[in-house]
Design a protein around this ligand. Structure first.
Ligand code: PLP
Length: 370
């Protein structure tokens, strides 16, 4: 009996990885072994290089999902008496505010609607009005809708005010350019299992080395203290605690393929084409995307669900899944939507097939999409 085909994940992580990346996990590594330490070092060097931070920035990897790394960054970079301005236009911004609250870091929330980017002017005004704010927390691509916030312009404002910027670039890093030589930040957070097309299990923070070293005494957590993790790794070449060895090996292999593909420009181009093919295909079915093109990141697309009263997400999801594609529920409270990711080891052909699967599903379920 042949096993059923594995569905393609059109979700923003975990996502569909290449055969080579999965095969890299078939080796067991000793965490003390020199060859594993060399693997970790190569991964970290490659990640810093993607951000153009070689020489000025350090990569601190951390066990766990992306949120662990966000929590570690807030705890490490924001002094206990610091204050964070959290820019919110979706669920991950809200999560950042909850992390500040859980860690006991004073914070102010600047919230805009789900389809309204944070503006540099608003950040400028808020920083001018509140000298107690030491840091700004910004989600680059807010994955709950796919909206892109204007990182470069906001970073410039934050730097002009002499505050620190902490960027959640989880769903953009590797696909959208973030040049540390032109965009000032203290910490940029991302993870193994998103646009780099590794498997989930490891976050990392690209930090301005000076800010990282100056963060002594901030973290109230042992396991999530990035400075400690960094210093230990510098000294020993090892992770402080048991590393996710197979995840690191998979990420290493994914980064080799990233380079072979042509690095960031090629990754960006493929995702942009995936996104364009997806939006055009869904439009042919009468399904509109939630965001206007100017603020839509080529990472994940939110679509309005059909207005037909017979539409049920779970029924739709299951039917599309049987055709080989896993979609994502919407994350908006006011509107019925669903999401489709453009990232992972997939290309325009898979996106076309996904659109065809959606079309067949709505036809089979007798749901009007126009
Ligand atoms: C995926 C993601 C995270 C981390 O989520 P985890 O479930 O902890 O991996 C954080 N921020 C953004 C913007 C993300 O897309």
């Amino acid at each position: 009996m042949t096993p059923p085909p594995v569905p393609i994940l059109l979700t923003p992580g975990p996502l569909t990885t290449s055969e080579r990346t999965r095969a890299a996990m078939l080796t067991d590594w000793g965490s003390w072994d020199g060859s594993f330490n060399a693997l970790t070092a190569r991964v970290c060097d490659a990640l810093v290089a993607i951000a153009n931070g070689t020489g000025s920035h350090a990569c601190v990897p951390l066990q766990g999902s992306g949120t662990f790394a966000v929590e570690a960054a807030i705890g490490t970079f924001v002094p206990r008496a610091g204050k964070v301005l959290v820019c919110v236009n979706g669920a991950y911004g809200k999560r950042l505010a909850r992390i500040c609250e859980a860690l006991g870091r004073d914070h102010a929330v600047h919230e805009t609607a789900d389809d309204v980017p944070t503006t540099p002017d608003a950040v400028d005004r808020l920083l001018a009005a509140d000298p107690a704010i030491t840091h700004v927390g910004l989600i680059h691509c807010e994955t709950s809708t796919g909206i892109l916030n204007p990182l470069a312009a906001i970073a410039e404002v934050v730097a002009r005010h002499g505050r620190g910027l902490i960027i959640d670039a989880m769903s953009s890093f590797g696909a959208l350019p973030i040049d540390a030589r032109r965009i000032p930040f203290e910490a940029l957070i991302a993870a193994s299992g998103k646009c780099l097309e590794g498997v989930p299990g490891m976050g990392f923070v690209i930090a301005r080395t000076e800010a990282l070293l100056a963060s002594a005494g901030n973290s109230a957590s042992l396991a999530l203290d990035l400075r400690d993790q960094h210093l230990y790794m510098q000294r020993t070449g090892q992770w402080r605690f048991t590393p996710p060895t197979h995840v690191v090996a998979a990420l290493h292999e994914a980064l080799v393929q990233y380079d072979e593909e042509g690095g960031l420009p090629a990754r960006h181009a493929r995702y942009a084409e995936n996104c364009a093919v997806l939006i055009a295909g869904m439009a042919r079915l009468g399904l509109r995307s939630f965001l206007p093109p100017g603020i839509q990141a080529p990472i994940i697309v939110t679509f309005h669900a059909p207005r037909d009263g017979r539409y049920r997400f779970t029924e739709f999801y299951e039917a599309v899944r049987r055709k080989g594609f896993i979609l994502y529920p919407g994350k908006l409270t006011e509107l019925e939507t669903f999401r489709v990711g453009c990232i992972g080891s997939v290309g325009p052909a898979e996106m076309e097939r996904a659109v065809a699967a959606v079309a067949e599903t709505f036809r089979a379920l007798n749901i009007e999409t126009i």
